[in-house]
Design a binder for this molecule. Structure first.
Ligand code: MF3
Ligand code: CO
Ligand code: CO
Length: 297
């Protein structure tokens, strides 16, 4: 069935009717992005992106508050001597207690409620017997489903006192997320985010993982679009209000190459160098962005 879209005459240099404050040509021109309803249909049809309305956003924001509270709870618990499975227990119990569901559990066969990735583990570490040592870095990636809405965020913590390499990679990963988020506004593209992250992280002598990317989120764990943490300025889908996606750069101290362990989940740097990551779920607003999983970077 073919859909008809209403069109309105707007000059190329006029302010964009979507309310972004940008010129029409820099924003929704060619995207029929004239009213929320048309934009929603257009993004669904062209990109399989499900734009969120106010009620959806409030739902994701609530799930996001729980995710951030979970990460905050871990702050006090992570220290040398605890096993990664202890982190799983803490996250699982706190999530359930708050009437939410840990999204990783049984997701495509993932066996635990949270991803815990230590040192050379890039992401998707499965909690188990590994005990944290003094100076380790440990990423905990929490995704909760609350009233049907998903929010996804992660942080890399220090166990005990970090050495200079640990401090550096965690600083660059944290800053990479910040730099990526600063690009989020209507009129910019998905490619602008990756471009800014890659330029910054490589400028610090680190490398950017390519096999895993940020993603749309909210109604499901992983939605369209992909949000790469590398790429070219101006490339890819235009950002419009109501888009919700994660930015989650994985940054390595050595080379970007990785491999997957026999468990089919754990991603490890090929050169065994340290890898760190920070993630937030962000909403594109009419003049910028709002983090739906806000914590200080
Ligand atoms: N939370 C991860 C992400 O940021 C995905 C983990 S999938 C799992 O996209 F199955 F390992 F949990
Ligand atoms: Co994610
Ligand atoms: Co995540």
């Amino acid at each position: 069935m073919k859909q008809k879209y209403k069109t309105v005459k707007v000059g190329r240099n006029d302010p964009c009717p979507c309310g972004s404050g940008l010129k029409y040509k820099k924003c929704c021109l060619g995207k029929e992005g004239l009213e929320p309803d048309n934009l929603k249909k257009l993004y669904a049809r062209e990109y399989k992106i499900r734009l969120k309305d106010e009620a959806d956003i409030e739902g994701i924001r609530r799930a996001g508050r729980l995710v951030v509270d979970t990460l905050r709870l871990l702050e006090a618990e992570i220290r040398p001597g605890i096993a990664t499975d202890d982190i799983n227990t803490l996250v699982h119990e706190f999530t359930i207690k708050n009437r939410a569901i840990p999204a990783p559990l049984n997701y495509r066969g993932f066996p635990k409620s949270v991803c815990v990735s230590v040192n050379e583990v890039v992401c998707h570490g499965i909690p188990g017997e590994r005990v944290l040592k003094d100076g380790d870095i440990v990423n905990v990636d929490v995704t909760s489903i609350l009233n049907g809405y998903y929010a996804d965020a992660n942080k890399t913590f220090f166990a005990g006192a970090p050495g200079p390499d640990a401090r550096k990679i965690v600083r660059v990963a944290r800053e990479s997320l910040k730099v990526g988020m600063s690009m989020v506004r209507p009129g910019n593209t998905v490619g602008d985010i990756g471009w800014a992250i890659q330029r910054y992280a490589e400028g610090e002598g680190c490398s950017v993982v390519r096999e895993f990317v940020g993603h749309g989120v909210g109604f499901e764990f992983h939605e369209s679009p992909h949000v790469p943490h590398y790429g070219a300025k101006g490339e890819g889908i235009g950002l419009v209000p109501g888009m919700v996606f994660t930015i989650e750069p994985m940054i390595n101290l050595g080379k970007r190459d990785l491999y997957i362990l026999e468990d089919r989940w754990t991603a490890v740097t090929r050169d065994r160098s340290l890898s760190a990551q920070f993630e937030q779920t962000v909403l594109v607003t009419k003049d910028g962005f709002e983090s739906l999983t806000p914590f200080d970077l």
